[in-house]
Design a protein around this ligand. Structure first.
Ligand SMILES: C[S@@+](CC[C@H](N)C(=O)[O-])C[C@H]1O[C@@H](n2cnc3c(N)ncnc32)[C@H](O)[C@@H]1O
Length: 251
């Protein structure tokens, strides 16, 4: 049965690929990749004979037949997605159509932008007593979000909030967030994490829009809004001597 590998390549740094993703990429006969989102350093790892197909100017109606055509030729077809394919990757529509065409699919996970941002900051996003929840969301924009997922609702719980695809709407986003978080809540602005020109800064919420606009950040920017980013003293029960558990019983 013809097969296509859908591969998450992480945020941009080549050494953040999983071994499985690297292996699929190196052995690909055909690489189909979103050139607007995937760092060129990733593509440089493909073999010289590999056919490279960029998708930023193509529609789904053009991409899927290309994938099917190459797979039916018996080629090792690899569809690359930035970060993890399960987040904002237009994944399900591709899987649906490829499955309808009797193509076998495998999906290989990747490190998402929020994870790479937390690692770059050496930060935990779930600190006991501060926040135990991470909300992954976006401003509505042209795509829109279901009404119950409007930013007001996401922000109202005050947890760590990772906002993808939202830089174009940063003024509006800041305005909404200020109704729910204090103006000094730390916000990590992460531009092209893992790329050669990565830029990350933690600023107070009330400067989110000003600084984004000063740097002209529109694309490939993630916001991590989190009270955890300046909370250092709280500790978990996990390694607390007063807290017994299965692997460290009392006494
Ligand atoms: C179409 S979404 C894909 C998200 C991706 N699947 C992931 O898991 O990171 C693209 C958005 O993800 C975020 N993003 C992806 N890669 C990034 C990076 N290297 N640095 C900062 N933000 C990134 C930005 O918000 C960007 O607008």
């Amino acid at each position: 049965m013809p097969k296509i590998s859908i591969v998450g390549v992480g945020p941009g740094a080549p050494d953040l690929l999983t071994i499985r993703a690297y292996e699929r990429l190196r052995n690909a006969d055909v690489l189909v990749w979103t050139d607007s989102l995937i760092s060129p350093q990733i593509i440089e790892m493909a073999s010289n004979e590999c056919e490279l197909i960029k998708t930023s100017v193509l529609t789904l109606e053009e991409i899927v037949p290309l994938l099917i055509d190459r797979a039916l030729q018996g080629k090792r077809v690899v569809r690359l997605h930035d970060g993890d394919p399960c987040l904002y990757g237009a994944l399900s529509e591709q899987i649906y159509q490829l499955t309808e065409a009797d193509i076998e699919i495998e999906v290989i996970p990747g490190i998402s932008a929020y994870q790479a941002t937390a690692a770059a900051l050496k930060a935990e996003l779930t600190i006991p007593g501060v926040t135990q929840t991470i909300v992954i969301g976006r401003a509505g924009g042209r795509t829109g979000v279901p009404d119950k997922e409007r930013l007001e609702h996401l922000a109202s719980i005050g947890s760590t909030l990772c906002l993808y695809l939202s830089a174009r709407h940063v003024e509006q986003v800041e305005g909404v967030l200020l109704n729910y978080y204090s103006e000094n809540t730390p916000v990590a602005i992460a531009y092209r994490v893992g790329w050669k020109d990565e830029w990350i800064q933690v600023i107070p919420l009330h400067q989110m829009a000003t600084i984004s606009k000063e740097r002209n950040l529109i694309r490939t920017t993630l916001y991590v809004v989190s009270p955890a980013l300046n909370a250092t003293k709280n500790r978990s029960n996990l390694y607390n001597p007063n807290y017994a558990h299965l692997f460290r019983p009392e006494g």
